[in-house]
Ligand binder design. Structure first.
Ligand code: ARG
Ligand code: ZN
Length: 844
């Protein structure tokens, strides 16, 4: 069944309080609930329906009198009085057999929960919808040393603990954790003087991996006070690390639960990229306390209200504590890698979807990352002051409420006086807008004509013009900036903008800072791009110039058998030689567009991508780059050496990023000799992994892989990298075989989402290997999706997106993929999650 945004109606009852008692037992946990309801004066439908799934109802009563509700697969109906009443129920659940990791489940002997979006209904009967908010009191009885829930601790004794959350919240923010855990503790004093106890709970053995996460938490708390004026509102803030988790982390009120990969870190076991991601996720979940928890969503169609905003806030945080240009470039790389394929394929959906079958399938790059881009555009359009005013009004007006995108936009209209009627299309219209650029020059006047169009997407054949903030600056012929950045507001299908009083025809720098999530179609020559690469004052567009030179040359290598372009190689060399440039930035300059991105570009130009031809072009360009940069590489590599102890900060990690980019090129020259010695002396995971990558790319590294295994076989997170790297870096011809062999490895615990993703996610990301002409990789992935679906539908469904780009490829590959998709679709008892994904991908 499909659920529609337009069908929203409020629930017939208001919940005033919830009391829960848990008697924990692995296979027979009893949950008693006592819930105060009263009729909702704003509702017309008074049906008393409570959600509930996989629950064994023991008994139920209303105002103390036993009732026999009508129980269905999705919940129960009961006759409710037209006056306030108390509902009580007792149910039994089986956390030890809950492999879907939704609701209350067990991971390595510890109890934990994941309720967003609709997992609370697997814990007890309840109106499991985000617009029903209540205070919760939770009593946990269990024979485990640590018993946690939301809010403040209000009592404990031998084998029990009680928690009270004074802030009304929807059920999706409920959490419970019980286990044999250790705390890494600290404290924080808020701006207004509240002392908050901070704990990061881990399994014994992981205590040494907590310090970084704790520091990130304190930084986030301070940042939200300084930048948004938002303070924490409870006496404790608990974070728990869990090994089996479907997503990155969850913002449960006062009790965040994290995938251990998203919080545990040490220099020996985590890369610089891991540290940076952990810092961002800690910030993200903490920021949800205001954008998500204090102000939540009316219904799940409004998911971007909390996620887009919170992603935007965590990106602001990362820009502030690290390097703003580097953060922006990384975010755009990520957007193009994950959101663009989604927005331009069969899974395309608006930032605010209008229908779904399974909401878990809509925790997407579109809702999150494009949702954050939309907020960035809003901020650009109303300015920093307008944005600050609007956010103050948002927190003032809507604290304690469950809101919609209409509420959000109204706040901006009221705070700034701006009409956002057309802007709203960013929330309702799917697809990535294309902008075409035309230039004209006469008598000192330069005219830029911009045209926008958005291709049709499923269910939306016709698109309307959007409000697109296009940041533009102009450079003079000598490379000096003759017009600083200004925001052109493109609102029509085609619109001209003039710049007067110029001495010579300028070179435009368009879409600075990636001011809108669009595809810019500009017919500039390699020489013009090289000019921007040398002179652009906007760091994003300078990088972008290099990037587009790289993709131009790669596309020509693929389609015309051209040689690597000299403008690209010379321009890159000049950038690498410029020691005034941040090493992290130079490392990003050395990065190439992904093979999948190149396939999309070819497809856009009407060429059917050949994965092996793309792979060959990339290899050839890499080889040519190594040769061309030969003289600077040793210096770049030695510059990357850091003095003193390891720190994951922006400065050191930037140096290491440049060093490993240099080592990768050096390895193409020396066959991995230097990488082997780097591997031997690596004393942190960043260097260890970068050296190992170089060796694997060079077709070497067998000894090192075995040594790595012996060194790290007991560390799950480090072993995930071992699985992932071998598949990610396998040469295309060997990819299916290497991946298949690894699935037979004793350590391939496929029920653990991190391990499954490490292997299968890397397979999907190895473009030429995944699209192996035999179809063996498609079949392997399909086999495993069919096997995982009954165990963990959420992770299965998510991984189906590996097939979303299938229509780009040749008829032979399309036929093979279609056969696999149909094979998955016909698996017996396929989950709702996977069924929806496969049918959307097939376009059925
Ligand atoms: N709200 C969480 C976050 O953004 C993600 C939860 C996703 N859960 C899910 N079942 N899809 O941090
Ligand atoms: Zn979030």
């Amino acid at each position: 069944t499909t659920i529609y945004l337009k069908d929203y109606t409020p629930f017939g009852y208001i919940v005033d309080s919830v009391h829960l008692t848990f008697d924990l037992a692995p296979h027979a946990t009893r949950v008693k609930s006592r819930i105060s309801f009263r009729p909702n004066p704003e509702a017309t439908d008074t049906t008393f329906f409570l959600h509930g799934e996989n629950l064994r109802l023991i008994r139920a009563s209303i105002d103390g009198a036993e009732v026999t509700p009508e129980v269905t697969g999705g919940g129960l109906f009961a006759a409710a009085p037209a006056a306030p009443f108390v509902w009580e129920a007792e149910v039994e659940i089986d956390p030890a057999n809950n492999t879907a990791l939704e609701g209350l489940y067990m991971s390595n002997g510890m109890y934990c929960t994941q309720c967003e979006a609709e997992g609370f209904r697997k814990i007890t009967y309840y109106p499991d919808r985000p617009d029903v908010m209540s205070t919760f009191t939770v009593r946990i009885n269990g024979d485990l040393p640590v018993l946690l829930s939301n809010g403040n601790p209000t009592g404990s004794g031998e084998g029990w603990a009680e928690w009270t959350d004074p802030w009304p919240k929807p059920a999706y923010l409920f959490a419970l954790v019980a286990g044999d855990l250790l705390a890494h503790s600290d404290s924080y004093i808020t701006r207004s003087g509240r002392e908050v106890a901070l704990n990061l709970w881990v399994r014994p053995g992981d205590e040494g991996k907590c310090a970084f996460g704790m520091e990130a938490l304190k930084k986030s708390m301070k940042w939200d006070e300084d930048v948004y004026g938002r303070e924490y509102d409870l006496d404790v803030f608990n974070i728990v690390a869990v090994d089996d988790f479907n997503m990155g982390a969850m913002e449960n009120k006062g009790l965040n639960i994290f995938n251990s990969a998203a919080v545990l870190a040490s220099p020996e076991t985590s890369t610089d990229a891991n540290f940076e991601r952990i810092e961002a996720i800690i910030a993200h979940e903490y920021f949800h306390n205001w954008t998500g928890n204090r102000i939540t969503c009316r219904d799940w169609f409004q998911l971007c209200l909390k996620e887009g905003l919170t992603v935007f806030r965590d990106a602001q945080f990362t820009s502030d504590v690290r390097s703003a240009p580097v953060e922006r470039i990384r975010d755009v790389i990520d957007l193009r890698a994950r959101q663009f394929p989604e927005d331009n394929g069969p899974l395309s959906h608006p930032v605010r979807p209008e229908s779904f079958q399974e909401i878990n399938n809509f925790y997407t790059a579109t809702v999150y990352e494009k949702g954050a881009e939309v907020i960035g555009m809003l901020k650009r359009l109303v300015g920093d002051d307008g944005y600050a005013k609007a956010l103050d009004l948002y927190f003032d007006r809507h604290d304690g409420q469950a809101c919609t995108i209409e509420d959000w936009l109204k706040v901006f209209e009221d705070a700034t006086g701006r009409d956002l009627g057309q802007f709203q299309r960013w929330y309702s219209q799917a697809g990535t807008p294309r902008i075409k650029v035309e230039e004209a020059w006469a008598d000192g006047t330069y005219t830029l004509t911009l045209s926008q169009s958005t291709p049709p997407t499923p269910g939306q054949p016709q698109k309307h013009p959007q409000v697109i903030p296009v940041a533009v600056g102009l450079l003079g012929p000598n490379g000096d900036e003759v017009r600083p950045t200004e925001i052109l507001e493109l609102t029509e299908a085609r619109q001209s903008f003039t710049f007067q009083g110029l001495a010579a025809k300028p070179v435009p720098s368009i879409l600075r800072g990636f001011s809108a999530p669009v595809i810019l179609d500009q017919d500039s020559t390699p020489a013009q791009r090289a000019f921007l690469l040398a002179h652009d004052t906007d760091p994003f567009n300078r990088w972008e110039a290099g990037r587009s030179l790289a993709s131009d040359t790669l596309l020509k290598m693929v389609t015309q058998d051209a040689a690597p372009d000299a403008d690209y190689l010379d321009g890159l060399l000049a950038v690498l030689r410029d020691d005034g440039l941040d090493p992290a930035y130079r490392a990003l300059m050395l990065d190439l567009p992904s093979q999948s991105e190149l396939a999309a570009m070819l497809h856009d130009r009407g060429v059917t991508p050949d994965p092996m031809a793309i792979w060959t072009a990339v290899e050839t360009l890499r080889q040519a780059t190594a040769q061309h940069m030969q003289d600077v590489l040793p210096r770049l590599h030695s510059q990357s050496q850091v003095d003193g102890p390891y720190s994951p900060d922006a400065e050191q990690s930037g140096k290491r990023a440049l060093g490993s980019a240099a080592l990768a090129l050096i390895s193409r020259q020396d066959g991995g000799a230097q990488a082997a010695s780097e591997y031997a002396r690596a004393d942190n995971m960043t260097l260890q992994l970068s050296a190992l990558s170089c060796l694997l790319k060079a077709g070497k590294g067998e000894t090192e892989l075995a040594a790595y295994y012996d060194q790290w076989r007991d560390d799950r997170l480090v072993m995930d990298k071992w699985f992932g790297l071998q598949v990610a870096l396998a040469s295309p011809d060997r990819t299916p075989q290497i991946a298949r062999q690894l699935t037979q490895h004793a350590d391939f615990n496929w029920k653990n989402p991190n391990r499954f993703r490490a292997l299968m996610g890397s397979l999907a990301m190895n473009h030429a290997g995944f699209h192996h002409e035999s179809g063996a990789s498609y079949a392997l992935l399909a086999d495993w999706l069919i096997r995982l679906d009954p165990v963990n539908p959420q992770t299965t469904a998510r991984m189906c997106s590996a097939f979303q780009t299938w229509k780009r490829y040749d008829a032979g590959r399309q036929a093979m993929i279609r056969a696999q998709l149909e094979r998955i679709a016909s698996a017996p008892d396929l989950s709702r999650d996977t069924t929806e994904m496969i049918s959307r991908i097939l376009g059925a």
